[in-house]
Design a protein around this ligand. Structure first.
Ligand SMILES: O=P(O)(O)OC[C@H]1C[C@H](OP(=O)(O)OP(=O)(O)O)[C@H](O)[C@@H]1O
Length: 283
């Protein structure tokens, strides 16, 4: 039975939003809605325009027999700024101060809607940089990695401080964590990453960068390429940081046990020269 345009548009939107970066053929939609290709093409034109006007993302059209359409989510600069500025306010509450100069963030990083926004912002930076796998380290980086991986339409892998029997044989590296000021180890299942994969490393927090550098070593061990590093928050650090190329949404300073949370470097890193288009194609 033919589906009315209004019903097609609602269902098509849901279907596409649930499958970021997945190529979906027009014939799939013609069968799903028992509608002509020309009708589906008109539907997609409406969605493409609405997604662009509402800052939802790009609806890319891939021509040819093996073509179709692909939803690529992004977030507009003004929406990212609004979110980050709210995070700065929320995390500056003085009762969040923890011994050792840390800030309590687990309540914030336990809220799915906040994790969604973090994932959208981090994924926007890689609109035109294909990513194969998102990597993080247990534990607090995991929900962030899941969100970013969803918006990039790729899997995520979790390096662990203690290799589990359920991970099979593993690759492990040692690294120096400024946070613990001791040599730490992390391991990743050999099954996790194929050689020559393009990796995005994410974590909730970076202080001295030792943990990130440990994951960078894992990328090397898997003969793969590190495309970028994104952290929700970077802590003020007076020492020589082991990582100098990264994107942070927040910068957290807890000098004199006072919490000062400011926007990180994400605006320049993500929106500096990006005009939210798919390279070589119209918006
Ligand atoms: O830049 P560095 O000096 O290496 O510190 C950043 C580490 C420390 C902390 O993890 P932990 O609290 O150690 O571990 P978990 O995420 O399991 O709580 C944070 O999540 C980063 O992974």
């Amino acid at each position: 039975m033919k589906t009315r345009r209004s019903d097609r548009l609602v269902d098509m939107t849901r279907y596409l939003l649930e499958r970021p970066h997945q190529l979906i053929s027009l014939s799939y939609f013609t069968k799903r809605y028992d509608s002509a290709k020309s009708s589906i093409s008109e539907d997609l034109t409406i969605l493409k325009r609405t997604f662009q006007n509402r800052g939802t993302g790009i609806l890319e059209t891939v021509p040819g027999a093996a073509g179709g359409t692909r939803f690529i989510p992004y977030i507009l600069r003004e929406n990212a700024e609004q979110f980050v500025n709210q995070m700065c306010t929320d995390l500056s509450e003085e009762d969040r101060y923890l011994p050792g100069g840390y800030v309590y963030m687990s309540d914030v990083l336990g809220q799915p809607r906040i994790l969604n926004e973090i994932g959208r912002i981090m994924a926007t930076q890689y609109l035109n940089d294909p990513i194969d796998v998102v990597m993080t380290v247990a534990t607090k980086g995991v929900p962030i990695a899941q969100s970013v991986a969803f918006y990039l339409g790729v899997p995520f892998v979790i390096a662990r401080h203690n290799a589990q029997i359920t991970e099979g044989s593993t690759v492990s590296v040692n690294y120096v964590s400024a946070s613990t000021e001791r040599i730490e180890r992390m391991a990743l299942s050999k099954r996790s990453i194929a050689p020559n994969s393009r990796i995005l490393i994410v974590d909730d927090y970076m202080k001295g960068g030792g943990t990130i550098s440990g994951m960078r070593s894992l990328v090397d061990e898997f003969d793969s390429q590190l495309v970028g590093v994104s952290v929700f928050a970077e802590g003020a650090y007076s020492g020589e940081r082991l990582i100098n190329r990264y994107t942070s949404l927040l910068h957290v300073d807890t000098a004199n046990k006072q919490i000062d949370v400011q926007p990180g470097n994400y605006l320049d890193q993500i929106f500096g020269d990006q005009n939210l288009t798919v390279k070589g194609k119209e918006k």
